[in-house]
Design a protein around this ligand. Structure first.
Ligand code: CMC
Length: 435
């Protein structure tokens, strides 16, 4: 963070003295006005619900240019990473700042692979859940529960503990997600296989059964790996900010990541892919492509409460670059599985076409986001709809950890503690209390 040759001056119409505020510049993106001393200087707070104009930290991990539709992990464009690297390369990059060389790559893959099993006791913990529990409810519990099993990596202020916790979380998330799925369908858990890739191992733990061999389909393996890459990090979104805020109290990394899982569950965030597929299935049940026009009228009617799920983004005011890559993967997977005529895919294309031409969407700069296509891909692979957000959580875990570790290593970090504009009753006395 460097001071730029600029200062902001805040003046007040009531004659209070004006204050001068420093301005800092990043390597790219908007400058920031430093208001840390504002309260001390003026007795006032700033008001910014939803953090529309507030940079809550400095970060060197992920950069989004929402107007251009650009996403960079550590400076590398998502398109290049998605086509030239695998998910574990991206994990290494997000955690360490650079892509691995050949030796680092081999060592990192081995390290993660050697931590994929979970404590056997986790199975008994899982049994406490109802079989029909939502996988995100199960995952929130399981991830938080890891802190009860791995006592040697719970000190967030110890860099070695943070490093071990990071590897454990990345390695064990696929095992936990697959266990949550198997538990729900009443099948035996599949132990991880170390000779498989990260995505291949996950596919086998999900869809393999102990009574026969499971052959990983390379097209689906690559598609899943891409889903993981595209969801690995996304700046200071709601769940990442939650992880930072939670971790800022000094809580252990597993607890902080469990907070991220809980936040991600919401339909305006990670739950959007599930909501998007439910929406497509609803339209399909009610008449399919022929009913798209009617549905769009509802979306545009503010009183209907209906949104076009998978469209719009707080930051992207252009096509989400992840959506383009996901669309490509979607075509590959549907072709591989002979689902080229999939009615939901056709429906999605029709919705997209109308939305991209319609004034309502054009004026508001609403474009498809990554979730618009990722649900179709996951459904084609055989992943049940209620597990979509769990897959997102699996992939985002590395981003959460990288951001958490960055925060803890930042000398300027403080416990997060926003202020408020109080609008409730001023002090008053309980009836009967004598003054
Ligand atoms: N369908 C219909 N109208 C929409 C939509 C939509 N999907 N998204 C935004 N709008 C309208 C909104 O009603 C508002 O209209 P007006 O200006 O007339 O009041 C305008 O567009 C601006 O919307 P906003 O709610 O102020 O935008 P936001 O930045 O607060 O919300 C969002 C972003 C993602 C919550 C929202 O676009 C949304 O709910 N989209 C659907 C859910 C979704 O797909 N979420 C996944 C986000 S991507 C995954 C991730 O990164 O987590």
């Amino acid at each position: 963070m460097k001071l730029v040759d600029n200062k902001a001056t805040l003046t007040f119409s009531n004659g209070s003295p004006s204050v001068e505020l420093p301005v800092y510049g990043g390597s790219i993106g908007p400058d920031v006005i430093d208001i840390r001393k504002l309260y001390a200087q003026t007795g006032m707070f700033t008001y910014d619900p939803g953090f529309l104009s507030t940079a809550s930290c400095q970060s060197a991990i992920t950069y989004i240019d929402g107007d251009k539709g650009e996403l960079l992990y550590r400076g590398y464009p998502i398109e290049q990473l998605a086509t030239h690297c695998d998910y574990l390369d991206v994990c290494f990059l997000l955690l360490n700042g650079e892509l691995p060389d050949e030796k680092q790559r081999t060592d990192f893959h081995k390290l993660v692979t050697n931590h994929t099993m979970v404590n056997e006791q986790m199975q008994f913990f899982l049994r406490g859940f109802r079989r029909d529990a939502h996988p995100m409810a199960v995952l929130t519990g399981l991830v938080g529960g890891l802190s009860a099993f791995y006592h040697d990596s719970t000190d967030i202020n110890n860099p070695q503990h943070r490093e071990i916790a990071a590897i454990r979380l990345i390695a064990k998330m696929p095992t936990l997600v697959a266990m949550a799925y198997k538990y729900g369908v009443g099948q035996p858990y599949m132990y991880p296989r170390n000779e498989l890739s990260y995505a291949g191992n996950f596919l086998r733990m999900m869809f393999g059964v102990p009574c026969e061999d499971y052959k990983v389909n390379p097209v689906l393996e690559r598609a899943l790996d891409r889903i993981f890459i595209l969801h690995a990090d996304h700046e200071q979104n709601a769940s990442t900010s939650t992880v930072r805020l939670c971790g800022s109290s000094g809580t252990n990394p597993f607890a902080a990541i469990a907070a991220g899982v809980a936040c991600l569950w919401g339909p305006a965030h990670g739950g959007a892919n599930e909501a998007c597929l439910n929406m497509l299935e609803d339209i399909q049940r009610n008449g399919g492509v022929a009913k798209v026009g009617e549905f769009m009228e509802k979306v545009k009617d503010k009183n209907s409460g209906v949104k076009l799920m998978g469209f719009g983004h707080r930051v992207y005011k252009n096509y989400d670059p992840r959506a383009k890559l996901m669309q490509e993967t979607c075509n590959e997977v549907l072709e591989e599985l002979g689902l080229g005529n999939d009615p939901l895919f056709k429906l999605a294309k029709q919705l997209e076409k109308i939305a991209l031409e319609d004034d309502y969407f054009v004026q508001r700069k609403l474009y498809p986001n990554v979730d618009f296509y990722s649900g179709i891909v996951q459904r084609a692979i055989g992943i049940p709809v209620n597990l979509f957000t769990g897959i997102f959580a699996l992939a985002r875990t590395v981003g959460w950890i990288a951001q958490l570790n960055e925060m803890i290593s930042d000398p300027e970090y403080k416990i997060g503690r926003p202020r408020q504009l109080f609008t409730g009753s001023p002090r008053r006395d309980v009836p009967g209390v004598k003054k």
